[in-house]
Design a protein around this ligand. Structure first.
Ligand code: CA
Length: 227
């Protein structure tokens, strides 16, 4: 499980990361709202621990933006403020739970576990891009009345490509997220699955294509010539 911590007080951010790592999660920190939003949109994280008072973009604005993009990643908001209006504002903006600082490590972990358990209830059932719809329950990819079923790994690759704003996925992120860190995985595995997906997109006659970004990874896009 990958957890993103967005908190501008570096000591606290790093302490939260240590708590999470000690509990067996992978944790990464962002120290301001704008870079936090970019990371949150990457599709790489299973949950986000989000401070309210951040430079650049507040936690309220950040979670509001995520939900506006139909990104359903579970969000646990942290704040030093205890006013009820803040709690209401946070939940209204789309946070899933709320915790006031200071807090104890066991409470943070308990709330996170509860959020991750409930994740199945908050995830979206479909992702859309251009003329494509990916059904997250059945793993069917649809386009204008046509439909193909995606295998487990194809589905994970397509879901990453369709998540997030830029729809750019690095090969390294793809391998880590879809195949995990163990096992003998080469970049050829990613290439092979992208190639399967390209054939399926052709079969669907979709206007969307997966392009290779040299040395970077892949992007799902509609090329001007294909419009
Ligand atoms: Ca702060």
């Amino acid at each position: 499980m990958n957890i993103l911590v967005i908190e501008d007080e570096r000591n606290l951010a790093n302490a939260i990361c240590r708590i999470l790592e000690d509990a067996g999660y992978n944790a990464e920190a962002c120290y301001d709202g704008k870079s936090g939003l970019v990371s949150a949109e990457s599709g790489l994280y299973d949950a986000i621990v989000l401070d309210v008072m951040l430079p650049g973009l507040s936690g309220f604005e950040l979670v509001h933006e995520l939900r506006h993009e139909r990104n359903a990643v579970p969000v646990l908001m942290l704040t030093a403020r205890t006013a009820t209006t803040d709690k209401v504002e946070g939940l209204d903006a789309g946070a899933d739970d709320y915790m006031t600082k200071p807090f104890e490590a066991p409470e943070l972990l308990a709330r996170l576990r509860a959020l991750l358990r409930r994740q199945g209830e908050v995830v979206l059932d479909e992702l859309e891009f251009a003329d494509l719809t990916l059904d997250l329950t059945t793993h069917d990819l649809r386009c204008a009345g046509r439909s193909v079923h995606l295998s487990g790994k194809e589905f994970e690759v397509m879901r990453m490509l369709m998540s997030g704003k830029a729809r750019v996925v690095s090969k390294q992120d793809l391998l880590t997220r879809v195949w995990g860190t163990d096992g003998e995985i080469s970049e050829n595995s990613a290439e092979a699955y992208v190639s399967f997906l390209r054939k399926k997109l052709t079969h669907l006659k979709s206007e969307a294509q997966i392009t290779t970004l040299r040395m970077i990874g892949y992007r799902l896009e509609v090329l001007p010539a294909a419009k």
